[in-house]
Design a protein. Structure first.
Length: 211
């Protein structure tokens, strides 16, 4: 799960009161999907009365999980050059740009989770992500790991064995071209390597090595 650190009171306005549906950034991202809202420790953006207005405002903690739906250019928003589903962004009080991150389906956490923030997008630690999912009843994350590639199986032949097999040393261009036309053993320094990996198109397919 990705996370974004946002100064207060804006993290509270996004994650708790949910009145702020746009986060303004100077940069865009290709990420779409779940986004943990992390409230930073800085108080530089607080206005007089904010702490009284939001007495439960948290600092240095993940306060909510939202869904990043789009990143819109401010000029496109103002010129009505965005999809109809985002037409509301033009009149949204928090639309400032230059890049407007559109958030939806925000779920505040019943208990903010203390966590160290970072710049840009960052990965939520696994133990904290599990706690986030437990609090808002999200299913566990599914990790899909591709299977390892089959091991490369090589058979080495001595020069004598190579001669008995009728192979060439492959040191001349003509030899290399011949071997390239007929996928077979490749020669390197008087030894031949024969690739018998079953996943290749030919049981003898391999690269041509020349001195």
């Amino acid at each position: 799960m990705k996370a974004l650190t946002i100064c207060q009171p804006y993290a509270h306005l996004i994650g708790v009161t949910r009145e702020k549906r746009i986060e303004n950034r100077t940069w865009s991202t290709k990420h779409r999907g779940l986004l943990a809202i992390h409230a930073g420790k800085s108080r530089a953006w607080l206005q007089p009365g904010d702490t009284k207005r939001f007495p439960k405002m948290a600092f240095g903690a993940i306060v909510a999980v939202s869904y990043l739906a789009a990143c819109l250019n401010y000029a496109s928003v103002m010129c009505n050059l965005v999809p109809d589903e985002y037409s509301w962004t033009k009149d949204h009080v928090h639309t400032e740009g230059p890049i407007c991150w559109v958030l939806r389906d925000t779920f505040p956490l019943p208990e903010p989770i203390p966590c160290r923030g970072r710049q840009q997008l960052w990965d939520v630690p696994p133990n904290i992500e599990r706690e986030i999912r437990r609090q808002i009843n999200l299913p566990p994350a599914i990790s899909i790991t591709p299977p390892p590639a089959p091991p490369l199986q090589l058979t080495l032949f001595s020069p004598l064995q190579l001669q008995q097999k009728g192979g060439a040393r492959g040191t001349r261009k003509d030899d290399a071209r011949e071997l390239a036309r007929d996928p077979g053993p490749a020669v390197r320094g008087g030894w031949i390597e024969e690739n018998r990996s079953p996943d290749l198109r030919s049981p003898h397919q391999c690269a041509i090595f020349r001195k």
